[in-house]
Design a protein around this ligand. Structure first.
Ligand code: GRF
Length: 204
């Protein structure tokens, strides 16, 4: 199995979906080794604790550079022999040294069909507000590899979800989470982990 870290900042419903998929036996290639939270108030930390998954709070300090923050993250990742990272609602910008150290090994879930409503400033409810403002009839979620461009890495998979008359940002967010994010993300993490393990075996 591939040691996997999930990075969180908030409620952690995607983390919960990953935990539940793992419990159902749907993620045989993945070992949920570590949760890293960007702040100590993230409810996701409770979810990790309830499952007995090791969790760390690693916040960016005002006094440090992105590189220094990245070094602290990399240290924790190496210590735990992490081979794959899933960003599940992680709101801190990931430093470049982490992105370089984990090339094609960091996945992010974004709550729209990229490239629509994505990039700098598009996070949380803002994504759904803009989708409704534009009047799209279909939105959804995207899992992609993380590179130095916000929401700009290679797309791994997408799932469309209908916008319904009378939707508010909140109802659209909820439908996209339930029908797309919580289904798509665990599967994409499993598939990517399986591919990495296969490539590692072929090398040996
Ligand atoms: C999700 O909408 C996800 O797509 C986005 O941030 C939100 C995180 O929610 N990247 P949660 O913390 O997993 O509940």
């Amino acid at each position: 199995m591939l040691n996997t870290a999930v990075f969180v900042s908030g409620g952690g419903t995607n983390l919960q979906a990953i935990i539940d998929a793992k419990k159902r036996g749907e993620m045989p290639s993945v070992s949920l080794r570590l949760v890293i939270a960007s702040n100590r108030h993230a409810y996701a930390l409770e979810r990790a604790k309830n499952e007995g998954i090791d969790a760390l709070v690693i916040s960016k300090r005002k006094s440090e550079s992105p590189g220094e923050y990245g070094m602290r993250l990399i240290e924790a990742l190496k210590e735990n022999e992490i081979g794959l990272i899933a960003l599940a609602g992680f709101l801190t910008i990931l430093p470049e040294n982490v992105i370089r150290a984990y090339d094609r090994r960091i996945l992010n879930i974004h709550p729209s069909l990229i490239p629509a409503f994505s990039g700098k400033g598009y996070y949380g409810l803002k994504v759904h507000e803009e989708a409704l403002k534009r009047g799209v009839k279909v939105s959804g979620a995207t899992v992609h590899f993380v590179n130095e461009i916000p929401d700009g890495g290679e797309i791994i998979c997408q799932k469309a979800v209908e916008v319904e008359p009378g939707d508010t940002p909140e109802t659209l967010q909820k439908r996209i989470m339930e029908r797309a994010e919580w289904v798509l993300f665990p599967k994409a993490i499993e598939d990517t982990a399986a591919q990495i393990l296969k490539a590692q075996e072929a090398e040996q």
